[in-house]
Write a protein that binds this ligand. Sequence first.
Ligand SMILES: [Mg+2]
Length: 382
Amino acid sequence: MKITRMQCYHVAPRWMFLKIETDAGITGWGEPVLEGRAHTVETAVHELSEYLIGKDPGQINDLWQTMYRGGFYRGGPILMSALSGIDQALWDIKGKWLGAPVATLLGGQVRERMRSYRWVGGDRPSEVIAGMQTLLAQGIDYFKLNGCDQMAMIASSRAIDDAVARVAEIRETFGHTVEFGLDFHGRVSMPMAKVLIHELEPYRPLFIEEPVLPEQANAYARLAAQTHIPLAAGERLFSRFDFKSVLEAGGLAIIQPDLSHAGGISECFKIAAMAEAYDVAFAPHCPLGPIALAACLQIDFCCWNATLQEHSMGMHYNQQADLLDYVHNKADFMVEQGFFKAPHLPGLGVQIDEDMVLARSQQSQPWRNPLWRHEDGSLAEW
Ligand SMILES: [Mg+2]
């Protein structure tokens, strides 16, 4: 079998899908995208295609190393997102060729169902209680929300109180019938992270995500030493080499590599194993589309330390399209009482509605995250 063609499709709300075709008539789908930089990643996919066209798609290990090491420069969000989506599509082809789900090819399932959580509230998390009430009525009781609004390096006590009051209201309203993680989103700098984490302790969130920016990853151990709340991070780390230093330095209880940014299935399977050796949980980051989610689920079902799976169904970013719009086998991705079922179809287990992808790709608009400013006019982390 030889790879004959690679085509990218930009689709709403902010995703890019890759279709890899072969001379055997088997096609594979991947999701090589960096939110807000989809066209830059498309160019990287196009450049990497020089290593792939005419090659056997089954030689994933060698193709991965060629894409990673072959160009001298490596790593980082753009190149690794391109590589990630290509890797997903290669695994999809391999599974379809051999007639087995990717998880089966990686040694088989270690669990029967996979715990997920649901996003609630938007970028500026003000309507969390109403959102939780609606979702709780549907049987969903695991959530994630933004932990705070934009936050100055040295913020006022009022800004801290606002963030804490929202979380206190969740516990007052729902008690411990709900579980929730808080995403600081890299908005909080070290001085305020110490304060905010301390103030949130009585409410026992499941975890605090990106308590500080990944540039400050050497501080995770210091932050962890002051709190019993599990700390999570990893959506902005891009390979096992990035995770190596974070795991060695300690402090994280949960790592969150993104299957579309951190080298795809091949790399994240290895990252999960590295984390297991440090007794660290694995919770793939996935605010993206259905192919990225399908790739995550394949890993979740064969990595013992996989504990929580994010998904973007009903998420605040999904304005013009939602996760299952592009999927034929929607039932396979239905969350039942908070859990995903094990994938059963060959490859990634997602049947892409190609007509829908083609139609929507004609009208796709570039997505950008908002630019926020502090009250003094300086740029705020979003
Ligand atoms: Mg996050």
